[in-house]
Ligand binder design. Structure first.
Ligand SMILES: CC(C)(COP(=O)(O)OP(=O)(O)OC[C@H]1O[C@@H](n2cnc3c(N)ncnc32)[C@H](O)[C@@H]1OP(=O)(O)O)[C@@H](O)C(=O)NCCC(=O)NCCS
Length: 167
């Protein structure tokens, strides 16, 4: 683990963590935390697999964005790419969703914030997110969030909230 002090005297903590998904793929999460934010960048070798951005307000962590890539073009296979171009086949891609990585990252977040004075995690779920993935709210529920629907809101479909059990 590393800590550093920036120009505004904010202490920043940086560390990395390894995950394995249900396909047995190994990922590295690079975590950066200061008084105002928590950022996680996730890598699968040379691929950026996704990220999580959160802001911190006192004892509350606001979930900004959690995103895993779904169709990243495969690198380092020029012959396969050539064949695909030649026969007008779709480009070979790789996805990091639906194999438990999102749940692993969320569990890791709970553990990371539980000994940093955070008492609850809150957030809003965008209409667009549920349109793309109708099971998104069920996923948040399965991660222990209470989900309150927001009616008549063009941008947000629900508010989510989860207490953190302090260790
Ligand atoms: C939401 C997200 C982070 C979840 O991560 P993930 O690694 O795909 O989810 P998991 O594999 O941990 O999923 C756990 C469960 O959630 C449900 N689920 C997740 N994505 C689903 C989908 N696209 N369709 C159906 N069910 C889904 C399933 O029940 C799944 O369990 P199962 O695989 O055993 O059936 C990821 O799918 C993502 O980045 N989506 C696009 C961005 C987004 O919507 N972010 C949230 C904005 S608020």
């Amino acid at each position: 683990m590393n800590t550093r002090t920036d120009m505004s005297d904010k202490i920043t903590e940086e560390f990395s963590y390894e995950f394995t998904d249900r396909m047995g793929r190994d990922f590295q999460a690079r975590v950066c935390i200061d008084a105002d934010q928590l950022v996680i960048h996730v890598y699968y070798g040379k691929y950026r697999a996704g990220h999580m951005f959160c802001t911190i307000r006192g004892d509350e962590l606001m979930l900004g964005d959690i995103f895993l890539e779904n169709a990243v073009e495969l690198l380092g296979v020029p012959i396969r790419r050539f064949v695909c171009r030649l026969f007008r086949l779709p480009k070979p891609t790789i996805s990091f969703r639906r194999n438990g990585l999102g749940s692993e990252i969320m569990e890791f977040l709970f553990e990371t914030v539980s000994n940093r004075g955070i008492k609850k995690i809150v957030g809003q779920v965008p209409v667009k997110g549920v349109a793309e993935n109708p099971k998104l709210l069920d996923w948040y529920r399965s991660m222990g969030f209470s989900v309150t629907p927001k009616h008549d809101d063009k941008l947000w479909v629900a508010e989510i909230r989860r207490p953190i059990n302090l260790s």
